[in-house]
Design a protein around this ligand. Structure first.
Ligand code: SF4
Length: 389
């Protein structure tokens, strides 16, 4: 991203009072919520330490887990594809879907990373986001500003105005239940009319292949249960040996995302879906991730469980939301991860926005030292610039 474009994005966001109000409202609740949750469930701190260990061990045998998952999936009759980059993933998914059709899709950061919805819409598919936050982003043709709460920058007033414009009727911003009810009945029809469901995964257990998903609206359950065909799109870092480990990660992720207990924790055993006659394809995206594993300076970034806690605490994020960070993954951790996907050059403006104040490290359940990696990335960037001179 060019420096000028980045500065324009920052200025636009700072001048957008409604967007800032949306972020302020969420952030102000978050700190209090997380403090209370940890006080109520003090065992979460030790569980988070265990989760770090699980992630380290899983990543150290990443290739082995991938091979094992591939052979287990193939023996179940599941299509398995390891996509080296976003283009490969998009091509594979469009081959699966065929010429046309309608799709219900649940929230997935990997799908944001590769621009899946936009790609499918451009190809003529009817695609509907089933998560309310993502649905708002879809209607507004905007980009998510947080990995857990994508429409964090949308106040209720802005959502009511958007719905009124799109659906040509009046919505009252103070009647949040009415807005949600309207969305639920609109999207419910789409589940039954759609040919394909597309979901992501918070973790994937390999021994008995299964995806674990955390959600609050029940939408994911309908996305994988209703259409006959299912595409599961996830990334190479999500693999863990067993579902038991995936459950521990899910618990820590949801608590640090600010939920005592999330609305739903779905364990989707692929075998049981196959037995019910579903057609399943699993697409695993690399997109530069295994280069992170090979780089001892940045390896820690691979431990991220995508809880979003560091973003709520980040001084810069609180001011400019997801303008700071990488495409799809905001904030400091987003800069690090996406520099391996989109190239360091494109992330340089965000790299130099970080204050290195360490508030993100205090928030992180798995103790990722984001500022140290930002400093190393800056050295790497300067080194690259000097070499070009
Ligand atoms: S870096 Fe830590 S706090 Fe931030 S999203 Fe990842 S696990 Fe959560």
């Amino acid at each position: 991203m060019a420096w000028e474009e980045y500065v324009r994005g920052l200025t636009r966001f700072i001048g957008d009072e409604t967007a800032r109000l949306g972020i302020e409202r969420t952030v102000s609740h978050y700190e209090e919520d997380i403090k209370n949750i940890i006080m109520e469930y003090p065992e979460t701190i030790n569980l988070a330490k265990e989760v770090r260990r699980i992630r380290e061990e899983s990543l150290s045998q990443n290739m082995y887990l991938l091979d094992k998952l591939e052979s287990r999936c193939k023996s179940l009759g599941i299509g398995f594809y390891l996509a080296h980059d976003g283009d490969e993933a998009l091509k594979y998914i469009s081959d699966i879907l065929g010429k046309d059709g309608s799709i219900v899709k649940s929230k997935s950061m990997v799908s944001e990373e590769i621009g899946l919805r936009q790609y499918l819409e451009d190809m003529g598919y009817e695609v509907w986001e089933t998560d309310l936050g993502e649905f708002i982003i879809q209607l507004a043709r905007d980009k998510p500003m947080h990995i857990v709460t994508p429409s964090i920058h949308y106040s209720k007033e802005r959502v009511a105005k958007l719905f009124s414009q799109v659906f040509k009727r009046d919505f009252d911003p103070d009647d949040i239940d009415g807005l949600v009810r309207f969305f639920s009945s609109f999207i419910r029809r789409k589940y039954f009319e759609s040919d394909y469901g597309v979901i992501g995964s918070n973790s994937v257990g390999v021994e008995e292949p299964a995806s674990l998903l955390i959600h609050n609206e029940g939408n994911i359950t309908l996305t994988y249960n209703t259409p006959d065909n299912l595409v599961i799109l996830t990334d190479v870092f999500k693999l863990v040996p067993t579902v038991k480990e995936a459950i521990k990660i899910a618990l820590v992720t949801s608590r640090y995302a600010g939920y005592r207990v999330a609305g739903y924790y779905d364990i989707i055993y692929y075998k049981s879906l196959i037995e019910r006659g579903k057609n399943i394809n699993l697409v695993i995206l690399d997109n530069g991730r295994r280069n992170i594993l090979l780089d001892k300076d940045f390896y820690e970034a691979a431990l991220c469980i995508k809880c979003g806690a560091c973003m709520y605490k980040c001084t810069i994020y609180q001011l400019v939301g997801g303008v700071f960070g990488g495409p799809a993954y905001p904030s400091g951790i987003g800069v690090i991860i996406t520099s391996f996907i989109y190239g360091l050059e494109n992330l340089a403006p965000s790299l130099y926005t970080c204050l290195l104040d360490g508030r993100c490290v205090e928030a992180c359940p798995v103790d990722i030292d984001i500022p140290s990696m930002i400093v190393k990335l800056r050295s790497k960037y300067i080194h690259n610039v000097r070499n070009r001179m």
